[in-house]
Ligand binder design. Structure first.
Ligand SMILES: Cc1ncc(COP(=O)(O)O)c(C=O)c1O
Length: 373
């Protein structure tokens, strides 16, 4: 069923523990940027040249040959998604998203006044193309938003053939794909997965990403490749907030130029691979029988599906009262799905406190099943 996007307003933070972030290098790059004097004093619209050049170079290595002029700097991926939605839709239009879906995408749809169709997602293959085809046949979709690599909360990564199919299905239907690739750099093994944009032959994919999961969420720095929608995206950006922070762009451009980002990513990927595995094992040890845990191929969030008769919302509420932070499954849909689910952020150094928190969550889930605490 298609319904007006209405999302839970609770914060949906999935950010790594500061120990895993390149704080010292970013401090150095920010000091370097601060010394640029007048260069940080102006509005950097549509983005600092040095930042857009670095992004264009990185995109080329992913099979997306673009020039700096094709890049629009944004205040994170969240703004990029909102600008993309504004560029391709009118209020009241219907947009397809995966389900379960990152709550920020549902909130973006709500802010832009759109209706949402939720398409099932497979834990490893990502968005169901069969489900998408049914939606395309039935509804006049105006866009489709997909986190193609290591989605939040499932951790799914679409295989290349499915990305290719997704791109061609949407191109044939004349429906723009808004791709969110924010977790793409955080693959656990193998090579950097390609974005769907690498298979785009008709300029129908608007690529969105940011450094929130890798460098710092607080810098509020992302980017988009709006392609043929550049004029509309630029206009919406300009009307919304004129430009993205100059000092953030210069600092990150400097960090990237130094080659520090790739060095840092190598250790971050290993941390998140290990932290996911450790937390999965702890969940398996302490949660009730019948609990399923995602096995992400990248990123650091875990999606926990409790047996149907256990309310994840109940576990979430009791855990919150004990200062244990998890996200309730209900946040990840506009329908009342996923009450039996929880999302956990594994990107924390493994301490006794974390181990006890996971064990306590397991105990709360047992108690929720037994109807008592
Ligand atoms: C899938 C996904 N997209 C977008 C965002 C928002 O990122 P940003 O901080 O770059 O706006 C998040 C943050 O949790 C996310 O998980």
């Amino acid at each position: 069923m298609c319904r007006r996007a209405k999302a839970d307003g609770a914060p949906a933070t999935a950010i790594p523990h500061p120990d895993y972030l390149p704080l010292r290098q970013i401090q150095q790059s920010t000091l370097w940027a601060a010394r640029r004097g007048l260069e940080i004093m102006d509005y950097a619209f549509p983005g600092k040249e040095s930042f857009r050049r670095q992004i264009a170079q990185r995109m080329a290595t992913l099979g997306v040959p673009v020039s700096p002029d094709d890049v629009l700097a944004t205040n994170g991926a969240q703004e990029a998604i909102i600008l993309a939605l504004r560029a391709v839709t009118q209020p009241g239009d219907i947009v397809a998203v995966e389900t379960p879906s990152f709550p920020g995408i549902l909130q973006a749809l709500e802010v832009v006044g759109l209706q949402v169709i939720e398409i099932p997602t497979h834990p490893s293959d990502g968005l169901s193309l069969e489900g998408l085809q049914l939606a395309l046949d039935k509804w006049p979709l105006k866009a489709c938003v997909v986190v193609t690599n290591h989605s939040n909360p499932m951790g799914a990564r679409m295989p290349d053939e499915r990305k290719q199919q997704l791109v061609s299905m949407l191109a044939a239907a004349g429906v723009p794909l808004i791709e969110d690739d924010i977790y793409g750099d955080l693959y656990h093994t193998g090579d950097r997965p390609k974005p769907a944009k690498a298979f785009d032959r008709t300029d129908n994919v608007i690529y969105c990403s940011s450094f929130s999961k890798t460098i710092s969420a607080g810098l509020r720095l992302g980017w988009m490749l709006p392609g043929r929608y550049m004029a509309a995206a630029r206009q919406h950006k300009y009307f919304a907030n004129l430009a993205t922070s100059s000092i953030s762009q210069l600092a990150v451009a400097h960090f990237l130029e130094q080659g520090s980002y790739d060095r840092y990513l190598r250790s971050a990927r290993q941390h998140y691979r290990e932290s996911c595995e450790r937390m999965r094992a702890a969940i398996t040890r302490s949660f009730p029988e019948g609990t399923a845990v995602s096995r992400p191929q990248g990123g650091f969030v875990l999606w926990v599906q409790l047996p149907d008769n256990i309310s994840g919302t109940g576990v979430f509420q009791k855990a919150r009262a004990e200062n244990i932070n998890v996200s309730p499954g209900l946040m990840f849909s506009t329908t009342n799905k996923y009450d039996n689910c929880l999302r956990l952020n594994s990107a924390n150094p493994w301490t006794e406190r974390i181990e006890q928190a996971v064990a306590r969550l397991g105990a709360l889930a047992h108690a929720e099943r037994d109807g008592s605490t």
